[in-house]
Design a protein around this ligand. Structure first.
Ligand SMILES: NC(=O)c1ccc[n+]([C@@H]2O[C@H](COP(=O)([O-])OP(=O)(O)OC[C@H]3O[C@@H](n4cnc5c(N)ncnc54)[C@H](O)[C@@H]3O)[C@@H](O)[C@H]2O)c1
Length: 456
């Protein structure tokens, strides 16, 4: 017969075993729930990263911008986390190193702008090194500047985000890269806006230009500089076509006055420091990736939206006319000017001999009344414009521009080849593609089907 003490021992042992089993299973449960928690957290993080990288905000309806947001995420990280660091310097060097023997190494200011983006890509495509600089200001929709930046990045052109007035940034760039040339296109553009924000013109077009020249003059070697002046310097000049020898001391706007000041400042830096300087007077440049503040651009927008447009007449009821110049012609002019620019003669802030100082008109040589521009757009858009003909307000515009380009033709073979109808057709094709506008413009017209991302 089993004794009672023995039974109680077995019972105790079983209880003890069951206690150990419970303890073990609780530990397993704790460990596995920790594991599940960590795995869930990891999956959540991976999903957040995936959606951030792949989906633009819902408010952005333009399909072209989907990639832009992706790019911005990456490039913003690049710009902010490492400006001045090793990775940043590597990008700067890589972008500005020429791929062909004896290629140029060009700092393009205003590279996210209309003319700057076209020139940067053209230079890069022929094997030159290009580094961009732009402050991405919001004078017009900065998302267009970001879209151009994305296009440049695809073409291996890196844009440093910064201001012309940031002397230490500019000095740093010249410490990292011995630029052979500067193509200086950054400026506060626009004639009418000067009445609203005059200081922005002084800050970018005068103080910013001087700052750039100060850094260039101190650089060793000094770069040759090609920069954008403007046809607006002819102001109230009535002698046509406008020649570089005509008077330019009657500006009709503060914008024009700052460009004229730039030409005088260029003379000073050439004279004192031996900097090689070439000013280019552009005449109403238009084309794909253009500027939303310019008439051909906002006329297109307003005509498509059925809004009325203001078409200016002169005070004596004549048509206002412009020497509209297609962007590809202007790009050829800029590259021609860079290729024929002689070296600066100074070094480290000291002049060693006389240096080149030039000014050229870059126009189309055939002015078109603004009324004709509207008719061409009506045909391309297949929509009648609601024209509102008014006298041109006295806010800086001039009634007429017409370029004589003999000098540019003589010195670097400049010869504009695109008429307004052909150039506007290319602009409209880009416009409807870029803004994702589904209209009969796109379906019916015979606008050539080059993909916007492949131009400029
Ligand atoms: N487009 C034309 O019809 C025309 C005509 C005459 C002269 N220009 C001149 O040609 C140049 C290029 O014009 P665009 O049409 O490409 O203009 P844009 O406004 O598209 O390009 C200028 C770029 O410079 C940048 N910028 C402005 N101030 C800056 C600063 N302080 N620091 C750094 N970046 C700055 C802007 O963000 C912009 O991206 C400008 O100098 C303009 O005055 C243009």
């Amino acid at each position: 017969m089993a004794s009672p003490p023995h039974t109680s021992k077995t019972l105790k042992l079983e209880r003890y075993n069951s206690y150990l089993r419970r303890l073990h299973s609780t530990k397993v449960l704790n460990a596995s729930s920790k594991l599940i928690f960590r795995v869930t957290l990891l999956i959540a993080l991976v999903l957040i990263l995936f959606f951030t990288l792949n989906y633009p905000p819902l408010s952005d309806k333009n399909p072209n911008h989907a990639h832009l947001h992706h790019h911005n995420f990456l490039s913003a990280a690049l710009f902010t986390s490492s400006a001045g660091g090793d990775a940043w310097e590597k990008q700067v060097r890589h972008s500005s190193t020429p791929k062909k023997p004896n290629g140029l190494s060009v700092l393009v200011t205003g590279a996210a702008g209309f003319v700057g983006s076209h020139c940067s890509i053209a230079l890069k495509k022929r094997g030159d090194g290009v580094l961009g600089l732009d402050n991405f200001n919001s004078y017009y929709d900065p998302s267009l500047k970001r879209a151009r930046q994305k296009l440049l990045l695809k073409n291996q052109v890196f844009i440093v985000e910064g201001d012309l007035n940031d002397a230490s940034l500019l000095t740093k760039l010249f410490d990292v890269v011995p630029f052979t040339h500067i193509l200086h296109l950054a400026a506060q553009a626009g004639v009418r806006y000067a009445m609203q924000n005059p200081q922005s013109y002084v800050s970018s077009n005068i103080a910013g230009f001087v700052n750039l020249l100060e850094v260039a003059k101190a650089a060793n070697p000094q770069p040759a500089i090609v920069w954008a002046s403007s046809s607006s310097v002819y102001g109230l000049n009535t002698q046509v076509p406008f020649s570089e020898l005509d008077r330019t001391d009657q500006p009709a706007s503060l914008y024009a006055a700052t460009k004229k000041a730039g030409e005088e400042i260029a003379h000073t830096y050439n004279h004192i420091y031996g900097l090689s300087l070439t000013g280019l007077r552009f005449f109403t440049v238009y084309g794909p990736w253009g500027r939303p503040d310019m008439a051909y651009f906002f006329f297109t927008k307003d005509i498509l939206q059925g809004k009325p447009i203001d078409v200016y007449q002169t005070q004596d009821k004549k048509q206002v006319a412009r020497d509209f110049t297609y962007i590809d012609d202007v790009v050829k002019g800029c590259l021609g000017a860079l290729d024929t620019a002689e070296k600066s003669t100074g070094s480290g802030g000291k002049k060693k001999g006389p240096a080149q100082l030039r000014v050229y008109n870059l126009g189309n040589t055939s002015p078109v009344p603004v009324g004709n521009l509207v008719s061409i757009l009506e045909g391309l858009l297949r929509t009648k414009a609601r024209k509102h003909v008014i006298k041109m307000p006295r806010n800086g515009d001039v009634p007429y521009t017409h370029a004589n380009v003999t000098l540019a033709n003589r010195d670097f073979g400049y010869k504009p080849t695109t008429d307004l109808a052909t150039g506007l057709r290319k602009f409209v094709k880009w416009y409807v593609d870029y803004y994702g506008i589904q209209t009969r413009v796109k379906k019916d017209s015979d606008i050539n089907s080059e993909h916007p991302e492949e131009s400029p």
